[in-house]
Ligand binder design. Structure first.
Ligand SMILES: [Zn+2]
Length: 373
């Protein structure tokens, strides 16, 4: 089951040794960029520590214990994550006034984690890990193991422990309860208390190479080669982001970006105004940011096209790229400047410049480089 996690060979080797040698540390910190599998690895590690299969086969993923872990219902799995204030009692009951709604969201988060963990899930209120959660946790780990070999605490995005909670949690780490393995995950370990860091064995996660992301996208079986290259490029090494792109099928945005570049190259003002009306009359900031991300990849491709044609994502658009080079033969040397200009426009959009104005500016900035007029 560990082999489902891609591009983290070093972290996995360390954890497998802990499982087969039956000597897990008391507490771990899994740290590294977002979307690379820290939570999934923590879950599989907890599974392995309780799996009924032979040591070298753990976690098997099919025994009753593993299945409960995968469903997040194992009584010895204590999974905590940043959430709105539920005002938990030590019995795990919520005293919050709007608890119906909060509990629904809480359940929604867990469902998402089980079935579609690559999807982003947003709570409606401010999220933290609060002291009531830590008190409940302390209570839970103080009672003996229910049915597994050890209790597994997963504290996800641990940088969201607020100050009170972090101080209380430190006590748990200092006097670790027996038969308990604590795993913190964080993409910002610098935001954790040094005293917490020093109590944990650190396990580093890295951005997997683009090849690994491409392989994962190909395995989905639903994408053409072009989409695979484009999404892998946009996602960097963030597998979650790549799967989100694959799921949302952003080919429409890509089509818009190509149409836009064609209009820029032809400097057809009438076509541009029609495009602006059709695509950005009512579109919000988020849509334009998505558009800019795809545009960024497309322009980067134009730069690669001349020197590394095998690397480009938009393999079917070389005619258009040839057109771009018609005006400036050494265009590839200007690509970094152009990308900086696009980034500058992105910053303005994030700073709430109207999307329409930003697209008009984009048309002029790019027209000065690519426009054949
Ligand atoms: Zn198992």
């Amino acid at each position: 089951v560990f082999s489902r996690i891609r591009g983290q060979e070093r972290a996995l080797a360390l954890l497998k040794r802990a499982v087969t040698g039956d000597r897990a540390a008391q507490s771990y910190l899994f740290h590294g960029p977002e979307g690379v599998g820290k939570f999934t690895t923590a879950l599989y590690f907890g599974m392995a520590l309780n799996c009924h299969a032979a040591p070298e086969l753990r976690p098997c993923g099919t025994c009753p214990s593993c299945r409960k872990f995968l469903a997040l219902t194992h009584p010895d799995l204590l999974y905590h994550f940043p959430s709105p204030n539920m005002e938990f009692t030590t019995d795990g009951e919520s005293k919050a006034k709007n608890r119906e709604k909060l509990l629904q969201e809480y359940q929604g988060f867990l469902d998402n984690r089980r079935k579609t963990p690559w999807r982003e899930y947003r709570f409606s209120a401010n999220c933290e890990i609060r002291i009531d959660v830590i008190r409940w946790l302390e209570h839970r780990v103080s009672i003996s193991v229910h049915e597994g070999r050890c209790k597994v605490v997963i504290m996800e995005a641990a940088e969201n422990l607020n100050t009170n909670a972090a101080n209380a949690f430190l006590k748990t780490l200092e006097e670790p309860p027996p038969d308990t393995v604590i795993i913190l995950t964080s993409s910002r370990p610098d935001a954790l208390l040094p005293t917490i860091l020093s109590r944990c064995q650190r396990v580093a996660f890295r951005l997997p190479p683009r090849r690994v992301v491409e392989e994962e996208l190909i395995r989905l079986g639903s994408l053409d080669a072009l989409a695979v290259k484009t999404y892998a490029r946009i996602a960097g090494g963030n597998l979650e982001k790549a799967l989100q792109l694959a799921e949302n099928g952003d080919l429409e945005v890509r089509g818009d970006v190509l149409e836009f570049l064609e209009i820029v190259v032809s400097q057809d003002d009438v076509a541009f105004l029609a495009f602006l009306q059709k695509k950005f009359a009512s579109k919000a900031q988020a849509a334009l940011l998505e558009f800019l991300t795809h545009l960024f990849v497309l322009i980067a491709d134009i730069g690669l096209y001349k020197n590394l044609p095998g690397e480009i994502a938009n393999i079917d658009r070389t005619k258009l790229f040839d057109l771009c080079y018609r005006k400036r033969i050494d265009l590839d040397e200007e690509i970094v400047d152009i990308l900086n200009a696009v980034e500058e426009i992105r910053r303005r959009v994030e700073g709430n410049v109207s999307p329409q104005l930003a697209v008009i500016r984009l048309y002029h900035v790019l027209g000065a480089r690519f426009g054949l007029r």
